[in-house]
Write a protein that binds this ligand. Structure first.
Ligand code: DC
Length: 203
């Protein structure tokens, strides 16, 4: 069975939680494509050229600790704007999306660029304020020393970089189901996403 669930949206909107849940429920493989850009960023921070890092990426790079630090997040949104980096990561993502058995991929350009033929497309959003507050709570309830206003500034800055870059900017595919998780709990969003997937699964 070839069956792709493409989940796009801005940072901290809940798409990772939804993607993991959908994959588990329906027995699909899952790829968090942000990890690819984070792994490239990590190698770039150690001095490698970003394009060479993207071409030489190894699956073991994705499980390395330290991919979620603030420094790696900032560098990831920088390397993600480099067309040659994006190009180098396309084949792996397309292969994953169309693997036998079905796949869920979450990211920014999955339903628009990587897999426009995906059987299910979801665009998960939430207001910048709601996303900043969730991120701040995830950082241990005190923002790991950052104020809520600082976290909100980070969210706005990352949104700008993701949405305004020339190559594969973050945008909803016209045929994506939009889920605004500022208006519902993540649990409600997961249920809505699962119902949408279940209605489209073959068999
Ligand atoms: O989802 P994330 O925060 O882990 O993503 C890290 C960075 O990679 C973020 O700046 C957006 C970028 N990204 C992208 O450009 N395209 C994707 N498909 C996934 C992530």
């Amino acid at each position: 069975m070839i069956f792709t669930v493409a989940i796009d949206g801005p940072a901290a909107a809940g798409k990772g939680t939804i993607a993991r849940d959908i994959a588990r429920r329906f027995g699909l493989a899952h790829l968090d494509s942000g990890l690819l850009y984070r792994a490239v960023a990590r190698r770039a921070l150690s001095g490698e050229a970003a394009e060479a890092a993207a071409k030489g990426l190894d699956p073991s790079d994705l499980s390395e600790a330290g991919l979620r630090t603030a420094a790696v997040s900032a560098e990831a949104s920088r390397v993600a704007a480099i067309p040659a980096v994006r190009e180098a990561l396309i084949d792996f993502q397309r292969g994953f999306a169309r693997r036998d058995g079905g796949a869920v991929i979450d990211g920014r350009d999955i339903g628009t660029v990587i897999c426009p033929e995906a059987e299910v497309k979801l665009f998960v959003t939430a207001s910048a304020e709601v996303r900043a507050e969730r991120r701040w709570r995830e950082l241990g309830g005190d923002g790991a020393g950052q104020s809520l206003a600082d976290v909100l500034d980070d969210v706005h800055a990352r949104d700008r970089r993701d949405m305004e870059r020339a190559t594969s900017p973050l945008v909803a595919a016209p045929d994506a189901l939009e889920l605004d998780t500022s208006l519902m709990s993540i649990a409600e969003a997961v249920e809505a996403a699962a119902a949408h997937v279940a209605a489209r699964l073959p068999g």
